[in-house]
Each structure stands twice: as structure tokens, then as C-alpha cells.
Design a protein around this ligand. Structure first.
Ligand code: PAD
Ligand code: ZN
Length: 374
């Protein structure tokens, strides 16, 4: 029997308060309104940005369904939806592409104005299509993929190849696209160059894959968790170092190793202190430093003015600079064409009801990406 036009009762992982575990709740997902799409989620990755909400580093209205890195199948569509239809395999875009705002019309930008206008809310009415025990449950960054069903705007979803393995390609929705694009689009890593990547989680390892794809000659992985080194080398790091193994500050180590610093450096730990370190690790005349790690909005960063008496560039990068609706499906096709391999990044697969275990594995540094199956 068709579920179109009716509310769907299903399970989701709801965060009621920060610093507390998720509870698996029965929720009600309303039918999609105009320009909205209801999706049956098939797989969703767990990203550090979800944990930033639990720990209070990202402030978002609660209760909420978190999760923003997912893939699924369209169940039904609201009026006026033209780019997807029921039965289509889709990837969730945690950064929308409305195609009409100044950002979307500018080839150099990807942070669609819709993400700022609507914030965490799904619609212009400031709503969510999810309720639990009669209360509105917000959808984190308009997505909320830790759920069996979600309703999102058409601009936040893209059709992908029929043959795509959703359990795998879901991580392209955030972690992979973010890291890979930071190297390819934001830094524009050049062939034969030298790179350093601070933080070897799912995002940092994806930066390494991007640097390798761009033809970098040396890629140095930097992490305080040595368990990450073998994996970093599998995906393309030429060497890995732990800052705690040196008496000198790590930026001096990299300066000496690389004759004045690396050509491209990436901060992917999310620590405010590492921003200055990563910038100082860049070549003083031409180094480019890209900040990928997310830092709480109220944190100020201290950077020595001397670092700017140089030719260094410091820049940010959101979701790898991709124009999401146009380009994320192409990344899925590239994955299917084996242009890159996501297997080393997915270390765990669990059912959605094990979401708290997945968060713990991430916090303990035991997993790279855990994919949850709703
Ligand atoms: P993760 O926690 O899996 O990986 C972070 C890694 O950094 C771990 O391996 C840590 O051991 C390592 N680390 C922590 N502190 C240090 C340190 N001082 N020196 C060296 N290594 C250290 O996270 P992730 O890969 O899922 O995400 C990384 C960051 O990227 C995180 O802050 C997340 O919120 C952010 C992010 N940003 C965007 C974006 O669009 N800019 C998108 C997605 C994620
Ligand atoms: Zn993410």
C-alpha cells in the first residue's frame, strides 16, 4: 500500500539534550510539502560534526535528529518537485544548492544562501516535518539522517546512479566530499607538490586521497593517534608523524623536512590551536593553508602577525567547495568508476539503534567512518 500523502511512523535517533546519549524513538514524518522530498534512508555515516552538537560545540535547536551524511531512496515528492521521483536513489546534500542565489550563480562559491536563511530549520516557516510524542524534532542542518525516513527540500537532495551502493557512497555526502574537495577545489594541489594533513579521521584521509589524485609528490600525515598511520599510508600518505615524538614544535619539524615548509597544508582536527601551527607549516613564500576542521563559533584564533609578513595564504573550505547538487552525483559516479576507493574509510557498519556505540567508537579514535543502517 502506498505511503504517499500519509504520515509515516518510524524510528529515529533523537538527541534531546547535549552531553546525553541519543534515544531511539518512534517518530512521525509528515508528507512532503511543495518542493520537498520524503526519503527512505538506507545508510548514513557518522561525522565528527554530529559529535560537535552532542558536546555543545555547535549550537542547534534541540530535540533534533542529527546525521547529515546519508543516502536513500525517494518515497514520495511534494508539488513542483522535478529533479527526483519516487524510487530514485539519492544522496543527501548537507549544503544545499538552490541554483538561484548570488552564491549559486557565482562559479567561485558554494555556500548557498539557503543554508544561511533557513539555518537548521527545514522550511521558511522554521519547521521540521518530524515530530515525536507530539513535539517538533528539528532536523540538523536541514537534514537529520539518523532516521528511517526524512523530509528535506528538493535543493538538498540529488539523484545518483542506479547502481550506486548506498552503504558506501553515503560518506561522499559529507566526509569524503569535504576532504577530497579541500585538496582539489580549495587548495588546488599541484602535481609534484608537498602537502601536510593535520588530522587523519575520515575527512583528513579524504584530503590525502585528493592530494594524491592531484599528483602531490610528498604527503605527510600528522596525528596524535598513531593507529591512524597505516590507514593514511594505504590511501596515499608518503610518511606520517606524531607531533609528540619531537622536541621541536611540529611546524619547525616540517620547515626543516621540507626546505622552508610544505606547499599545501590542511587543518582537519578541529582544534583552534592547530590553525596557527598548520599555517606556520606552510612554505613562507607561497604556502597555502586550508582550514577544514570545524571550530565553535565563539572561539577566537590567535595567529602571530609574523606569519603574514610572508606570501602565505590562509583559507576556509566548506563541503570541499563543491556545487553540491551539480557535482556530488558526479563524485558518486567517479567512485563507481573506481577513480577512488572509499573502502579504507569505512571501518564499521552498525544498525541505527547502535548510534551511541558509533559515537563512542569515534570519540575513542577506534573508527574512521562508521556507517549506520536505519
Ligand atoms: P575525526 O575525529 O574522525 O578525526 C580527527 C583526527 O584529528 C583524529 O584522528 C584525531 O586523533 C586527530 N587530532 C586531534 N587533535 C589533534 C592534534 N592536536 N594534532 C594532530 N591530530 C589531532 O573527525 P572527522 O575526520 O570526521 O572531521 C574532522 C574535522 O572536520 C571535524 O572538526 C569536523 O567537524 C570537520 C568537518 N568540516 C567540514 C567542513 O565542511 N569544513 C565538513 C565535515 C567535517
Ligand atoms: Zn560532516
Amino acid at each position: 500500500m502506498s505511503t504517499a500523502g500519509k504520515a509515516i511512523k518510524c524510528k529515529a535517533a533523537v538527541l534531546w539534550e547535549t552531553h546525553k546519549p541519543f534515544s531511539i524513538e518512534e517518530i512521525e514524518v509528515a508528507p512532503p510539502k511543495a518542493h520537498e522530498v520524503r526519503i527512505k534512508m538506507v545508510a548514513t555515516g557518522v561525522c565528527r560534526s554530529d559529535d560537535h552538537v552532542i558536546s555543545g560545540n555547535f549550537v542547534t535547536p534541540l530535540p533534533a535528529v542529527l546525521g547529515h551524511e546519508g543516502a536513500g531512496i525517494v518515497e514520495s515528492v511534494g508539488e513542483g518537485v522535478t529533479s527526483v521521483k519516487p524510487g530514485d536513489k539519492v544522496i543527501i546534500l548537507c549544503l544545499p544548492q538552490c541554483g538561484e542565489c548570488n552564491t549559486c550563480l557565482n562559479s567561485k562559491n558554494n555556500i548557498c544562501k539557503e543554508v544561511r536563511l533557513s539555518g537548521t530549520h527545514l522550511t521558511s516557516e522554521g519547521n521540521s516535518r518530524i515530530t515525536c510524542k507530539g513535539k517538533i524534532v528539528y532536523q540538523y542542518i536541514t537534514t537529520g539522517t539518523f532516521s528511517e525516513y526524512i523530509v528535506i527540500k528538493e535543493i538538498s537532495v540529488a539523484k545518483i546512479d542506479e547502481g550506486a551502493l548506498l552503504e558506501k557512497v553515503c560518506i561522499i555526502g559529507c566526509g569524503f566530499a569535504t576532504g577530497f574537495g579541500a585538496a582539489i577545489n580549495s587548495a588546488k594541489v599541484t602535481p609534484g607538490s608537498t602537502c601536510a594533513v593535520f588530522g587523519l579521521g575520515g575527512v583528513g584521509l579524504s584530503v590525502i586521497i585528493g592530494c594524491k589524485t592531484a599528483g602531490a609528490a610528498r604527503i605527510i600525515g600528522v596525528d596524535t593517534n598513531k593507529d591512524r598511520f597505516a590507514k593514511a599510508k594505504t590511501v596515499g600518505a608518503t610518511e606520517c608523524i606524531d607531533p609528540r615524538d619531537f622536541e621541536k614544535p611540529i611546524q619547525k619539524v616540517l620547515f626543516d623536512m621540507m626546505n622552508g615548509g610544505v606547499d599545501f597544508c590542511f587543518e582537519v582536527t578541529g582544534n583552534p590551536e592547530t590553525v596557527e601551527t598548520a599555517l606556520a607549516s606552510c612554505h613562507k613564500d607561497h604556502g597555502v593553508c586550508v582550514i577544514v576542521g570545524s571550530i565553535a563559533s565563539w572561539v577566537q584564533i590567535n595567529i602571530s602577525s609574523q606569519l603574514f609578513f610572508s606570501g602565505r595564504t590562509l583559507k576556509g573550505s566548506v563541503l570541499g567547495g563543491w556545487k553540491t547538487k551539480d557535482e556530488i552525483p558526479k563524485l558518486v559516479s567517479d567512485c563507481m568508476a573506481k577513480k577512488f576507493n572509499l573502502d579504507p574509510l569505512i571501518t564499521h557498519t552498525l544498525t541505527l539503534d547502535k548510534v551511541n556505540e558509533a559515537i563512542q567508537l569515534m570519540k575513542n579514535g577506534q573508527c574512521i567512518r562508521c556507517v549506520l543502517l536505519p
